[in-house]
Design a protein around this ligand. Sequence first.
Ligand SMILES: [Zn+2]
Length: 185
Amino acid sequence: MTDRRNPISPAGDLCAKIQFAHCPRCGRAGLAGRGDSAVHCRACGFVYYHSTVAAVVGIVEHDHRIVVTRRARDPHKGEWAIPGGFVEPGETLEKALARELKEELSLEIDQCAYLASFASEYLYRGVLYFPIVAYFTCPMGDIGALRPKDDVDQYRLVPAAQLLEEELAFDADRRALRAYGQQTD
Ligand SMILES: [Zn+2]
C-alpha cells in the first residue's frame, strides 16, 4: 500500500525507518540495522526482524463494477482504497480476505481468485511497514448485504476503468487495477 509521497526506498537505515531508539528486550540504546529487514542490539544480541507483512485486498465485482471504499481512519483517512487489510497470525490469505470483507463491508464472499501481488510501504504512527499485498477478484451476484463498517465510512460501485488513479490512497491499488484492466480487457 505504497504512499506515492513515500516511494519504496530499500536503501537507508532501517532503524530510522521504524524509529526504534532502544532495544525492545533489554531497553538499552545502540541498535544497528542489519541488512534491509533486521535490527541488531549491540548490548544483548537481540535481533528484531522487521520483515514483510502480508496483506490481502479483494476486488469485489458486481454488475461490471467494483467496490471502492473511503478510509475512515488514518493513515490516508478520507482517501479511497480497494477493501482489504493485514493477515493475522494463523490465517490463510483466503481466510484473511473473507474476514476483512466481512468486517469492512458485511459481505460474505463465496469465491475468490488470485490476481497478483505488489510490494508496498505503509507508514503507521511513525513506523514504516513493508506489506506484500495479495490481490484477489471476488465476483458477487448479490451485494444487498453490503454496509460500510469498521475502517470504512463510504463505498462506491464504479466501473474499474472509470476509477481515477489519483483518488486512490495506495500505489499498490493503482498497480493492481492496471493488472486487473489487462486481465479483463
Ligand atoms: Zn538489547
